[in-house]
Design a binder for this molecule. Structure first.
Ligand SMILES: *[C@@H]1O[C@H](CO)[C@@H](O)[C@H](O)[C@H]1NC(C)=O
Ligand SMILES: *[C@@H]1O[C@H](CO)[C@@H](O)[C@H](O)[C@H]1NC(C)=O
Ligand SMILES: *[C@@H]1O[C@H](CO)[C@@H](O)[C@H](O)[C@H]1NC(C)=O
Ligand SMILES: *[C@@H]1O[C@H](CO)[C@@H](O)[C@H](O)[C@H]1NC(C)=O
Length: 372
């Protein structure tokens, strides 16, 4: 039986969201974990709740105990999505379409290779699930209708390859079984090469981000991927980790410029209970925190200047309370997240100079001159 995944997942997942996100259970998280916020940048904090607050924090990627096969099943879902996406990119468009988009002739062939890799990833993951005696989910249908030309395809390939690397990184933190670690680690390396090739050879930008990769939690990955799912057998959901939350969508409404204010939208879930909201910019092993403020009925945040030249940055909106004064010791985790992630790109050249930044999911903004 098919169902519209977005609808059904909301039904199943929202109770988790409302139970844990809109209560103060996050408080325990903040206090117990504050000893972990001992990164050197902690003293960078200026207190007082002004817009300039630019503390650094850490992202807690742990979660409720889950089991390895459920993490692997979720990862298999993402791999299926990647396979479907690359297949579409090489069947919907011809080699000539790639050439007309100004791309070298070898680009098409590499996307064909990546489509094959994704199928091999699926086979390897399914072999591990079989070995562990775990049930495998049914194939889902995906929705890439926003892609109607080669440039959109390249841009979305940049986004989902970055997501795949960060999601696999996050998944590896949640598993113990050697076979599961083995298959995820092999796939992580290959996905990182894909992301690197797309960003540098095709788009002409930085081949990597910072020295350390940025992990995504299981719920962050679920949130980002869900809009690309058209339908899925309902029987797949129990195979996934039960902790999964679907956070609100975070949108950036203005241009993305480090050090400048930008308007954001994350639905109607404001800070009506008086808690402070912060934007957390996850980069490598750390997080820059900026206060979210209201102005003329909209929400704004000042993008940290430090994001320039950081590459891919995952942004989420987190809750904090006034007593905590926000930043010192704030642990960013699924427990205090209300929206996002969104993926922003802060490219840099080989001398580390910043190039124009952008929201990777906004096709219209794509600077055609950036693709060579
Ligand atoms: C993050 O990595 C840097 C090295 O790049 C290290 O100095 C710092 O202590 C790390 N922070 C955390 C919170 O692990
Ligand atoms: C934050 O910045 C906005 C716009 O610059 C300003 O209107 C507002 O008063 C500032 N808020 C605080 C608490 O400084
Ligand atoms: C592990 O997760 C799977 C879903 O992938 C579930 O069917 C199984 O019962 C779980 N095993 C344990 C021991 O919780
Ligand atoms: C596919 O995604 C587009 C854009 O988000 C949306 O308008 C459309 O309704 C979706 N179609 C399906 C079948 O989910």
């Amino acid at each position: 039986m098919k169902f519209p995944a977005v609808f059904s997942c909301f039904v199943l997942v929202l109770p988790f969201v409302s139970a844990s996100v809109f209560t103060f259970t996050a408080r325990a998280d903040l206090t117990t974990s504050s000893r972990r916020a001992d990164d050197p940048a902690g003293d960078d904090t200026t207190s007082g709740g002004d817009n300039d607050t630019n503390a650094q924090a850490v992202q807690d990627t742990s979660g409720t105990p889950t089991n390895d096969t459920s993490v692997l099943s979720l990862s298999l879902g993402l791999t299926e999505l990647l396979a479907a996406f690359f297949d579409q990119g090489v069947s919907q468009f011809t080699k000539e379409d790639y050439a007309s988009a100004g791309l070298p002739s070898w680009v098409y062939g590499r996307y064909v290779e990546m489509a094959d890799h994704e199928k091999a990833h699926q086979q390897s993951m399914m072999a591990v699930l079989d070995k562990l005696g775990a049930e495998k989910g049914q194939v889902c249908q995906y929705n890439f209708t926003t892609v109607d030309n080669v440039r959109d395809f390249v841009k979305l390939s940049e986004a989902i390859s970055e997501i795949s690397v960060s999601a696999t990184n996050g998944a590896l933190r949640r598993v113990k079984n050697e076979d599961v670690i083995g298959v995820l680690a092999s796939i992580l390396g290959n996905e990182a090469r894909h992301a690197s090739w797309i960003n540098s050879a095709v788009i002409g930008k930085n081949p990597w981000n910072t020295a350390l990769e940025t992990p995504m939690t299981l719920s962050q990955r679920f949130t980002v991927v869900l809009p690309l799912v058209a339908s899925c057998p309902e029987s797949n959901l129990p195979l996934f980790p039960q902790e999964l939350k679907n956070f609100a969508t975070l949108k950036f409404l203005d241009r993305i410029v480090p050090g400048q204010k930008t308007q954001i939208d994350f639905g109607s879930i404001g800070s009506d209970d008086g808690t402070l909201l912060h934007a957390a910019f996850n980069v490598g092993n750390g997080t820059y925190i900026k206060r979210v403020y209201e102005q003329d009925g909209g929400y704004y945040v000042d993008l940290p200047q430090e994001l320039a030249s950081k590459g891919a940055v995952f942004v989420i909106i987190v809750k904090d309370d006034i007593q905590n004064e926000g930043r010192n010791g704030l642990i960013v985790s699924d427990a205090n997240t209300i929206a996002g992630p969104s993926l922003l790109m802060f490219p840099f050249d080989s001398e580390g100079n910043a190039e124009p930044s952008y929201d990777v999911f906004k096709f219209g903004d794509y600077d055609a001159e950036n693709v060579h």
